[in-house]
Ligand binder design. Sequence first.
Ligand code: ADP
Length: 393
Amino acid sequence: MVEEALSRAQSANNAKNAFLSNMSHDMRTPLNAIFGFTTLAKMESGDREAVQSYLDQIEVSSRQLLRLIDDILELSWMESAQVDLLEEQYNLQDLLQDVCNEMMPQAQEKGIVLSLNFADTKHSSVYGDRARLNQVLKYIVNNGIKYTEYGGKVTVDVTEKEVLPNNYVVYEFKISDTGIGIEKEFLKHIFEPFEREKNSTLSGIHGAGLGLTIAKNIVDRMGGTIGVHSVVGQGSQFTVILRFQTEEGVMSCSGQDKISAGKVENRRILVAEDNEINREIETELLESLGLVVDTAEDGSIAVEKISGAAPGYYSLVLMDIQMPIMDGYQATRTIRRFQDPKLASIPIVALSANAMEKDIRMAHESGMNAHVAKPFDLDNLAEVISKFIPEIQ
Ligand code: ADP
């Protein structure tokens, strides 16, 4: 017994050490590319195309680094705290389509056919945590693409397995690939943190060995199961089974609030942001959407500007969270207590690098309408702004 425990502890320790050394490598590699391409871009004197290609490389490496940071934080957060799952109503078919749309560019880059079969399902309007399920499916589909060679196939098959009493329904999500497959011995460890069959240097495939651990953690919390079947050289199949509460009848898909240029054109928004570089970037990007941008260097200045403005002067506030003098939460609470109901109800969207679940919850609790994580995607930010900017009366 003691020997077994010792050997388990040693193997966990070995995995951690391997993780730290891989991590250092996996962080330095994109950073090296970022530094290198920045130097090259600075040296370039007039070739716009070359600069563009350096910038593209910088973007790819930054995304790689961001994914790594997100995964590490996500896992440590999950291990250290009780994560509450949301109970919101959403359309499962829309969610699956979103996952496939997000993954499509990656698949296309490798000439992989990514397909979604969502057949024989009568109850696509379900209750649960949409973002978490999206995350689980993305990790698995992403692996399917990562570990499948050029020209292969990744298929997502979704079936309604069983209808239970009280409007419950069981769904099965099967994600199959025609990739490299997984050794039987490794399958036993596949959901353990930091475990990878081959490290990034050997396989040339980046990863920290955290995706499936996070996915399993979420599925466990949802009361579901996740399993894997794989044959080396032929491919792998991951199966997730989950139970959802549904509504009687199928809801129609809710239309996405796409940004409409007319809606935001010339509307004034206040950006509360203490970091000068971020202020400059945000201002330029928001102006490119046709918005008129005013800035505040901290929460208290934002409060002052809103309280001194006529109702409707600002259509929305983009609020950083960590700021000196007054942070974003405090500023929001102060604004929500304003006497004038129109000023007090101005839409406030957090734009913050505090992007863990507890930060998002605190943003909502302080009275913010939405939360967008930094680094942000302009299309996504534009969509959120467009959703919360009130119609002109
Ligand atoms: P990462 O892909 O970042 O290494 P994961 O936790 O997502 O981490 O996966 C752990 C390991 O499981 C991977 O390193 C890889 O060896 C193996 N693996 C996961 N999915 C697949 C797949 N579809 N095909 C082959 N191997 C896979």
